[in-house]
Design a protein around this ligand. Structure first.
Ligand code: SAM
Length: 365
């Protein structure tokens, strides 16, 4: 182990500060750009090194006291030591950098980041683990459970459920604690920011009204909001419970299919193309009839096969909701063959953590 004094230059996606030691990048968690720190190098690789913070010699004006006693040890939060305003600046910058470096957009059409009305007490669900009478989350960097009495980024209802669960001395296993009742399927984590996200998408799509495909639809969070303005809405997800929930209160113009996106989307886009120009390959398929596609994939982004499906029959308008800017940027690099990127909007769905949600608006060329 080597102890070094470093100047933090930037904060990388994922939340670690980046410094240089003899030209080599050194990642130091819980630091802020501009700070002078002392750190222990704990892992040294050819291209970079990892260090643990020992002392902040010159703190940033953005440094604040964390609200959670577990911060620094718990694997959940990375930014409680940074003022909320600066977290927003940081996340906006990280998205823009990914767009320049990975998506190869010379001038990314960035919209201002949308903040969370609550910077603590916003999470509407958590999963805690129980083992040998310890109930909590895993530690940062180690697969070891930490006993957690309260989680300050979670809603009071979630913390109440945690207190109740702990009182039962639960059996070993995983427990999902939720502020809202409902089917056990994917649900957005921060209610206020999820509403802002859905409103934003509705505004972008205000002039679209024909056929909406909500791929990765879950229980239809976006599809259901937008259904009143579209002639027809198709939702696709492979989670049968989510599709059952979506079907329950579906209007006559909403259809939900349980299946793999790549397969079902190819079928749907082919059907659209065939319904307009069944025989004549010279009739352009782009935007016939006006198809609007929303994708909201997991962090891995779109598979190569799915990107192919979309590029083969591009919808007129596409909204890409992403919880991982690097995979969004990777996919945009390829989708630009057939789409122009009209805007990129970051949303702070997960304050205090390094997670970032972003929405790209694409228009077929
Ligand atoms: C980030 S969630 C989005 C859910 C929804 N848009 C919402 O806001 O509630 C991703 C969803 O994609 C689904 N999914 C992931 N990979 C899939 C695939 N290859 N085919 C179909 N569904 C998939 C998951 O079941 C999950 O519901």
């Amino acid at each position: 182990m080597r102890t070094v004094d470093l100047t933090i230059q930037d904060i990388a996606f994922g939340g670690k500060g980046v410094a240089r030691d003899n030209g080599k990048a050194v990642f130091v968690p819980f630091t802020i750009e501009g700070e002078r720190v002392t750190a222990n190098i704990v892992r040294e690789k050819k291209q970079f090194a990892e260090a643990e913070l020992i002392e902040v010699l010159e703190p940033s004006a953005e440094r604040v006291a964390p609200s959670c006693p577990y911060f620094g040890r718990c694997g959940g939060c990375s930014y409680q030591h940074i003022s909320y305003n600066h977290q927003l600046e940081l996340k906006a910058r990280q998205v823009e950098q990914a767009m320049r470096r990975i998506a190869r957009l010379a001038e990314p059409p960035m919209r201002p980041i949308v903040s969370s009305p609550l910077s603590y007490g916003y999470r509407n669900r958590i999963t805690v683990h129980a083992q040998d009478d310890v109930v909590g989350f895993y530690r940062r960097d180690v697969h070891e459970l930490m006993d957690i009495a309260q989680c300050p980024i979670s809603m009071p209802e979630v913390n109440k459920a945690l207190t109740e669960l702990r009182a039962t001395r639960p059996r070993d296993g995983h427990y999902s604690l939720r502020a809202h009742s409902g089917p056990r399927v994917f649900a957005q984590t921060n209610d206020a920011v999820a509403d802002a996200l859905a409103d934003f998408i509705a505004t972008i799509l205000a002039s679209e009204n024909e056929f909406l495909i909500d791929a990765f639809c879950g229980a239809g969070f976006f599809a259901k909001r937008l259904a009143p303005q579209f002639e027809r809405v198709l939702g696709i997800d492979w989670d049968r419970f989510a599709i059952d929930a979506a079907r329950k209160d579906a209007r006559p113009n909403e259809t939900y299919i349980a299946g793999d996106i790549a397969i079902e989307l190819r079928r749907a886009l082919n059907d659209v193309a065939a319904s307009v120009s069944p025989a004549d390959p010279n009739i352009p398929r782009v935007g016939t009839p006006a198809t609007t596609l929303i994708v909201d994939p997991p962090a891995t982004g779109l598979s190569p096969e799915l990107r192919r499906v979309i590029l083969d029959s591009p919808p007129r308008t596409m909204i890409y909701v992403s919880c991982n800017p690097p995979t969004l940027a990777r996919d945009l690099a390829e989708l630009q063959q057939r789409f122009a990127v009209a805007s990129i909007a970051p949303f702070d769905m997960f304050p205090q953590t390094a997670e970032i949600e972003a929405v790209a608006h694409l228009k077929a060329r």
